[in-house]
Design a protein around this ligand. Structure first.
Ligand code: C2E
Ligand code: CA
Ligand code: CA
Length: 574
């Protein structure tokens, strides 16, 4: 509704207020403040009597007071200290006028968390010119605290997922065709921080992160939220902040954070602006991008790419199939022989899973193990594998008394987190009457790096109980030596494949060094991924007797391995 004659309109408004008619009631009920800013003088012209105490900032009337001054006073009284400057910058007359050059209405939602009172203060300001002469700006102020309470995260005081998705949707509806970006932030090793320093420190870090995120909020066009645990999100309309700026800002703020663990993060970005998906789907797509680089040291920012969602769906289907797969016995244990090359004999095997999927055929662990690890389901598979291994071992020990049998099984990091792990494995071995030295447990080196403390504790406990723990994939990760320094283990599995790019001379030196180091530490060592006679001979020369790899045998089904144990099938290269 636009009226050309401003004075006329004002008069009408005033008289309506005076009569206490509909409009006044409407305004009083709906808004907790309606006023005009005189563009010539910058002063406030009050409409109606009802103003929230927040806006009045102790005044009995705001009529005639310079708007910018009143704004500052109101913010100083009521907004959190950290937010004041940003809010004043966003709401000052210059900013309002600038915004109104570009758009018909300028909407600013102010939500600030007052730590002292542990309460949120939420106001929604809507600015627009009263008419074409642009002499007066009309401002309505609505208290949205009650509505936003459900949309505010109580720990950090910033928006939660509900609020975030609603505001993203609102923005998209209001700015159709415009470009934007949704970012998901995830703090690295947050679990370690909680574990090392305690929950209070973890919570404080989350609040500091929230405060950092909020510092860069720019009203409707750029806002952030705390979604859950160590997940944050930010919405940016095009032109607000570049990805690199976001990342650099974060680093400059947290470079000197007062903890011995470096605070770093990964960011996933969704910027395709497809119209066929809603805000929470877009945020999920940003998360998929984030997950695609989880744990990567080299890549910190990833963009959602078409197809990621389909891949995720397929993974979802596999996960859904998991229950049936276990109960239908679709998982098979295959065994890859381990040999003593010098003594020319078979000494054991590593158990490796295969999934005989009813429609997709025989699946290799690479297609489903990482997926089960990500979704927290791997323990179910590993548990099944442990039990199957126990069955085989029991059977072979019965059938071949006196035959030395050892089997190594793979544990994932998540297995080590499970409560009563030692008791459970112990119980299982007892049920099958198997000694603790028969079933070896392989823990991959990267698990130590990802979650050193927890893994250290779990490994210590397992070894304390008499289990044999092997460090898998030694040499393939970044910090093999660190892992070795921090954790006591029973055996090293040196992965030969990590040498594949090296010249044979260089490879020789590295292997020599590792074997020498293991010997000095009195650590038994087995080389895996041995593919050629040259490799096997070199290893033997350097003093490494135990080996596993395609040169001797690929992983084979249990029946085939059984024939090897019985000596019926020979390993040709031995
Ligand atoms: P891993 O523990 O490092 O297992 C060795 C992998 O190397 C196996 O792949 C094996 O087939 C392959 N391999 C053995 N010798 C050679 C060789 O000479 N050359 C080459 N290029 N490869 C060789 P696989 O069976 O595909 O298993 C892959 C990974 O999946 C395993 O790596 C392990 O991390 C995981 N995995 C397998 N079974 C299980 C399981 O039951 N539980 C868990 N948690 N993880 C498993
Ligand atoms: Ca392994
Ligand atoms: Ca390995």
């Amino acid at each position: 509704m636009r009226v050309c004659n401003m004075e006329n309109r004002l008069e009408r408004l005033w008289s309506r207020f005076a009569e206490g008619n509909m409009l006044r009631r409407l305004i009083e009920e709906r808004f907790d403040g309606v006023f005009l800013i005189d563009c010539a003088t910058g002063e406030i012209r009050e409409l109606g009597e009802k103003f929230s105490t927040e806006l009045r900032a102790g005044r009995s009337t705001m009529d005639g007071v310079p708007y910018d001054r009143q704004l500052r006073a109101a913010m100083e009284c009521h907004a959190a200290e950290d937010d004041q400057e940003m809010l004043v910058r966003m709401l000052c007359l210059d900013s309002v006028r600038q915004a109104l050059e570009q758009q018909e209405t300028y909407v600013v939602t102010v939500d600030t968390w007052r730590e002292s009172e542990e309460s949120v203060f939420c106001k929604r300001f809507v600015f627009h010119y009263l008419d074409e002469t642009r002499a007066m700006i009309a401002v309505t102020c609505e208290d949205t605290t009650v509505g936003l309470r459900n949309e505010t995260d109580t720990l950090t005081g910033i928006m939660n997922a509900v609020g975030f998705h609603r505001r993203v949707q609102e923005w998209i509806d209001r700015h159709s065709g415009k470009k934007f970006r949704i970012q998901r932030y995830n703090v690295d090793r947050f679990r370690d921080i909680n574990g090392l320093y305690g929950r209070e420190v973890g919570d404080k870090l989350l609040r500091d992160l929230a405060r950092h995120m909020r510092r860069f909020d720019r009203g409707e066009d750029c806002f952030s939220a705390h979604l859950s645990a160590d997940h944050f999100a930010r919405f940016c309309a095009e032109g607000t902040m570049t990805m690199q700026e976001c990342y650099d800002n974060f680093n400059s703020c947290f470079a000197d954070y007062d903890l011995s663990i470096a605070i770093t993060l990964h960011i996933g970005v969704y910027d395709l602006c497809e119209t066929d998906c809603d805000a929470s789907t877009m945020s999920y797509k940003a998360l998929l991008a984030l997950q695609s680089i989880k744990g990567s040291q080299a890549q910190r920012i990833a963009y959602y790419e078409k197809g990621m969602m389909d891949e995720e769906r397929k993974k979802g289907e596999l996960l859904r199939d998991l229950d049936d797969a276990i109960s239908n016995g679709e998982f098979e244990v295959w065994f890859q022989p381990q040999v003593d090359f010098a003594g020319r004999e078979l000494v054991g095997a590593e158990a490796l899973v295969r999934w005989r999927h009813p429609t997709r055929g025989l699946l290799m662990p690479g297609t489903f193990v990482p997926l089960l690890e990500q979704s927290g389901c791997i323990h179910r598979l590993d548990w099944y594998m442990l039990e199957q291994c126990c069955r085989y071992i029991r059977r072979w020990q019965n059938d071949m008394p006196g035959r030395h049998i050892t089997v190594s099984v793979n544990l994932s990091r998540e297995d080590l987190d499970r409560p009563n792990l030692c008791d459970k494995i112990d119980g299982m071995l007892a049920r099958y009457g198997i000694g603790r030295d028969v079933l070896h447990l392989e823990v991959t080196e990267s698990a130590y790096v990802e979650d050193t403390l927890r893994v250290m504790k779990a490994v210590e406990e397992l070894r304390g109980r008499g289990f044999i723990v092997e460090m898998d994939d030694f040499g393939s990760g970044y910090s093999s030596l660190n892992a070795l320094k921090d954790i006591d283990i029973d055996k090293l599995k040196l992965d030969m494949r990590f040498l594949s790019g090296e010249s044979s001379e260089k490879g020789h030196i590295i292997v020599q060094f590792i074997i020498g180091m293991a010997q000095a530490l009195h650590l038994p060592i087995i080389a895996e991924g041995v593919e050629t006679r040259e490799q096997a001979e070199m290893l033997q020369e350097l003093g490494c007797r135990e080996m596993q790899g395609y040169y001797f045998s690929k992983p084979v089904p249990a029946e085939v391995y059984e024939q090897m144990l019985r000596g019926i099938t020979k390993i040709e290269t031995l």
